[in-house]
Write a protein that binds this ligand. Structure first.
Ligand code: HEM
Ligand SMILES: *[C@@H]1O[C@H](CO)[C@@H](O)[C@H](O)[C@H]1NC(C)=O
Ligand SMILES: *[C@@H]1O[C@H](CO)[C@@H](O)[C@H](O)[C@H]1NC(C)=O
Length: 527
């Protein structure tokens, strides 16, 4: 059959009709249900159109929805082609994520085991009893008693970074100039990579000296969400059936085998040679055998800082369950996937703010110097966590630049929300499968909770002021039993490198370069 322009034309017309008919149906979604909503730009891409094209930061899209109806407690919007209800009201966030958690136990996106046998088994994506049991199995690995033992490993990487630049500083050329130019974002990403390699996988690397080491390359590949990976995710999100039919998988086979060999190989090696190291691999081995219990100390929940996310009773239970190899590998991988970008992003913003707010930097350096003159240079977990100004700075960075700008929950069964505003008594009834969205970044920037929200002001979190903060208005690690399991670990690794760099260097900005969330080029100079 020869190519026929007329057929092609009809096909194109047919496609457009379906596209816009689908869009028309979509646009009526909230109207049919009587909820205020933000009209979207294009069918299928919803309110995220500008963002997907790279013309708008994700937060921009979120603020537009959040700000559209200041008097509504919730409002509808489209994320790609899925309807979401953005919750603007702290009481309702509390109700849905904590009090009525049983009606909202999972996230909207569930990558299943067929799309990826490793990613699909991790804590973030599993559901139901399996999630409950896995949460309880691995939560003991993140308690402060475990992190206390781990700190020496974390600090080893921290010192490695500081020493690298101290050595550089001593080279004649830099000595004369008195400073080194450093792309901080790169340095902080290498630190985060190395500290996770060491404390999660038991692998000691130095990505500053071995710039092309295998672990770093694999990490970069895992997080390369450009091009094909992103497309796979969007298609999976919008039309999961297409992925199921095509049999496409998310991580490539290479990456999967790399992580499997790394985790299972290290475990075997440790068993065989009787090696014990205070890291996550060790703890996961114990958790796998079922010999790990949740041991929270008295003030467990706050001791890594004000931002620490509290573990619920679900995560504190003792469970007996057989886990497969893939189940365990999946958790190590999610600690990397969920911990790397987020912690690195937090660090980039902390260092950025310290650089543009020299008075804050100075004040923090004084606190660090005081600790060193009192206790010496060896860093202890308890001392690190007792540093008040350090915690205020980190909290304010988490408020102003939350690395995870929002989170969601899937409604499991029909659920009646409170009324959307004061002029009606009728609340919206969520249907099973509908999603609610919690706009962390928009709440953190709402002048109702934080006057002058664009100002970086650690004093908001001083002992005097933090009592006035509604806990639900500060949720960088989410809320309820499904909150971030790694908050204590994240605070530990970030505070350690802040401590190490600021104890030796001043940060000075030499060139400002903003593109979306990338921050580049600072100089650090000897103190
Ligand atoms: C500054 C760094 C981090 C931030 C801001 C952050 C933030 C978050 C947020 C907002 C959630 C969703 C919570 C919710 O829906 O209520 C989450 C979930 C999660 N995070 Fe983090 N996170 C960070 C670091 C880490 C680290 C270092 C790890 C692991 C080592 C980690 C592991 C996880 C896991 C496994 C979940 C899913 C928990 C579950 O569904 O049971 N995160 N994180
Ligand atoms: C309150 O919510 C109802 C139901 O969504 C809506 O019809 C009404 O316009 C809202 N009232 C105000 C004052 O916005
Ligand atoms: C949550 O689910 C329970 C159990 O099915 C149900 O009885 C309850 O009505 C739901 N909550 C609301 C507020 O709809």
């Amino acid at each position: 059959m020869s190519f026929n322009w007329w057929d092609a034309f009809l096909l194109a017309i047919g496609f457009l009709i379906i596209f816009f008919a689908y869009g028309y149906w979509e646009s009526g979604y909230f109207k049919r249900r009587g909820m205020k909503n933000v009209p979207f730009e294009l069918p299928i891409l919803g309110n995220m159109f500008q963002h997907i094209l790279g013309r708008e930061h994700f937060m921009g899209a979120i603020y537009r929805v959040y700000d559209a109806f200041p008097n509504e407690r919730y409002v509808g919007f489209m994320q790609v082609n899925r309807p979401f209800i953005m919750i603007r009201d702290l009481e309702i966030i509390k109700k849905t994520t904590i009090k009525d958690f049983d009606n909202f136990t999972s996230h909207i996106l569930n990558i299943d085991e067929n799309f990826d046998p490793i990613i699909g088994r991790n804590l973030l994506f599993i559901t139901g009893d399996k999630w409950k049991d896995m949460r309880a199995t691995v939560s003991p690995t993140f308690t402060s008693s475990k992190l206390r033992n781990m700190l020496s490993l974390v600090d080893q990487t921290g010192r490695q970074i500081a020493d690298f630049y101290l050595d550089k500083m001593n080279e004649p050329e830099h000595k004369k100039r008195g400073f080194i130019e450093v792309e901080m974002a790169d340095t902080l990403s290498r630190y985060t990579n190395d500290v996770i390699a060491s404390t999660v996988f038991g692998l000691v690397v130095n990505s500053l000296t071995e710039r092309k080491n295998e672990f770093y390359n694999m990490g970069v590949k895992t997080f390369d969400l450009g091009g094909v990976q992103l497309l796979k995710l969007i298609v999976y999100f919008a039309f999961p059936i297409l992925i199921k039919i095509s049999g496409v998988q998310f991580l490539g086979k290479n990456l999967r085998e790399f992580f499997r060999n790394l985790v299972l190989g290290t475990m075997k090696n440790r068993e065989k040679n009787g090696i014990v190291r205070p890291d996550m691999i060790q703890l996961l081995m114990e958790a796998w055998k079922g010999s790990l219990k949740y041991e929270g100390s008295h003030n467990e929940e706050t001791d890594a800082g004000f931002a620490t996310a509290e573990e619920s009773t679900i995560g504190k239970r003792t469970v007996k369950r057989q886990w497969s190899e893939n189940d365990i590998v999946a958790q190590a991988v999610i600690f990397f996937v969920a911990g790397y970008e987020t912690s690195k992003t937090l660090l980039c913003f902390v260092f950025h703010e310290l650089t543009v707010n020299p008075d804050v930097q100075k004040k923090l350096q004084i606190e660090i110097d005081e600790l060193i003159s009192e206790k010496g240079d060896a860093l202890e977990y308890t001392d690190l966590m007792k540093m008040k100004y350090m915690d205020m700075v980190v909290c304010e960075a988490l408020r102003m630049w939350p690395p995870v700008p929002g989170t969601d929950r899937k409604c499991l069964r029909s659920y009646k929300l409170p009324p959307p505003n004061d002029s009606t008594n009728e609340g919206y009834t969520l249907q099973a499968g509908e999603g609610i969205w919690i706009p962390i970044c928009a709440i953190h920037h709402d002048p109702k909770y934080y006057p002058d929200p664009k100002k970086f002001d650690p004093e908001r979190f001083s002992d005097e002021n933090k009592g006035n903060i509604d806990p639900l208005s500060f949720i960088p690690f989410g809320s309820g039993p499904r909150n971030c399991i790694g908050s204590r670990y994240a605070l530990t690794i970030t505070k350690t490198i802040i401590f190490r760099i600021l104890s030796k260097f001043d940060l000075v900005m030499i060139e400002k370069f903003f593109y979306h969330h990338k921050i580049r080029t600072y100089s650090i100079s000897g103190k």
